[in-house]
Design a protein around this ligand. Structure first.
Ligand code: ZN
Length: 351
């Protein structure tokens, strides 16, 4: 998203905040509750912020939970969110907190905040990432660009060279590399492309994984925590729509099998990797339902409505991300007022 668009959205959201949130919470758009989506939670380490969208700070999380509770929100687990949707129990607005990918900072920095507030949370894990069969390739690309003055790669037989000397150039180069990985090659080529770049520019993939992601012992520890739920996030974090049906099914089903074997309970909740229209559609929803998941969440922008009871494997979320680290922005998004603009006018969001 462009900076101007972000600023416009922010000033719009501030305007909304001061024009009276309570009235908006009672509007039809705010629905019966929402699922919040987080990724990394850790103190800001500076840097060029190429993946800034995916980080929030623990202090912000602390303030956010405190203020939302003061606003009257009831925080529930995904199990309870599912039960409330299915049973039509909408006597109070409910919020479920979810975190994608299984980052270690979720345990180190986020879990203490959740415990202090008594807020349940769900972490969606890809066993292939945990085991190193798959890479956090978007973070590795960030590391390559951060560490290099120039990045060269081969695309359709032609070598492209990107200058990455200034912060501006790093952002431009990162955008080109992300576009190549997401749109110009298939999912297998994408992984090979990033591994090749890591080899060429001396980025240690194993070290990155060990530092960034929870290991199985840590996941077992979280699984034993009554506040925490471990959900599935496919085996290898592919864009499912870019896989054939058999492979997409295997990615979804096997992640539940492996988490069940390693943790003792088969997960009941699932998150689609990437989660946007390019990654999940009706076919993926059908597979997740057939795989037996109670709920599955996308990254579509939206609040929960009673009719989601019939669409439990296509639940939208509200992103709590690094671009919008103000309680007011999240509160405004929770009113649902930003939902039509983000969904071509729709006020009930599935896939
Ligand atoms: Zn993910």
């Amino acid at each position: 998203m462009s900076v101007i668009k972000t600023l416009m959205r922010k000033s719009f959201m501030n305007g909304v905040r001061y024009s009276g949130l309570s009235a908006l919470f009672s509007s039809a758009l705010s629905g019966v509750g929402a699922v919040l989506m987080l990724h990394h939670v850790r103190p800001d380490e500076g840097g060029t912020g190429l993946n800034r969208l995916l980080h929030i700070e623990p202090d912000f999380l602390d303030r956010l939970l405190g203020e939302l509770k003061a606003d009257g929100a009831r925080f529930v687990s995904m199990d309870e969110a599912a039960d409330r949707l299915k049973s039509g129990r909408f006597d109070e607005r409910f919020l479920a907190v979810t975190l994608d990918d299984g980052y270690r900072d979720n345990l180190v920095h986020a879990a203490p905040v959740f415990r202090a507030h008594g807020v349940p949370f769900t972490i969606y894990v890809s066993p292939g990432l945990t085991d190193g069969d798959a890479d956090l390739w978007w973070e590795l690309l960030e590391t390559v660009v951060e560490a290099s003055g120039e990045v060269a790669f081969d695309a359709a037989g032609v070598t492209r060279t990107l200058s990455c000397r200034t912060v501006r150039e790093k952002h431009q180069a990162f955008a080109v590399l992300m576009n190549h990985a997401l749109n110009e090659v298939d999912e297998d080529e994408q992984r090979a492309f990033v591994r090749e770049l890591c080899d060429r520019y001396g980025v240690d993939r194993e070290a990155h994984r060990r530092e960034a992601l929870l290991d199985w012992d840590e996941l077992r520890g979280l699984h034993a925590d009554p506040l925490a739920t471990i959900g599935a996030h496919t085996m290898n974090h592919f864009q499912l729509r870019r896989l054939d049906r058999e492979r997409a099914t295997g990615e979804i089903v096997r992640s539940a099998d492996v988490l069940g074997e390693r943790l003792g309970d088969r997960p009941r909740h699932f998150a689609y990797p990437y989660g946007g229209p390019e990654a999940v559609g009706a076919r993926e929803v059908e597979i997740a339902r057939e795989a037996g998941f109670e709920t599955a969440v996308t990254t579509r922008h939206g609040t929960l409505m009673p009719a989601h009871a019939e669409n439990m494997q296509a639940l939208p979320r509200i992103s709590v991300n690094g671009e919008y680290q103000r309680v007011g922005y999240v509160e405004t998004m929770l009113t649902g007022i930003t939902m039509p603009a983000a969904n071509r006018g729709r006020t009930f969001v599935t896939v």
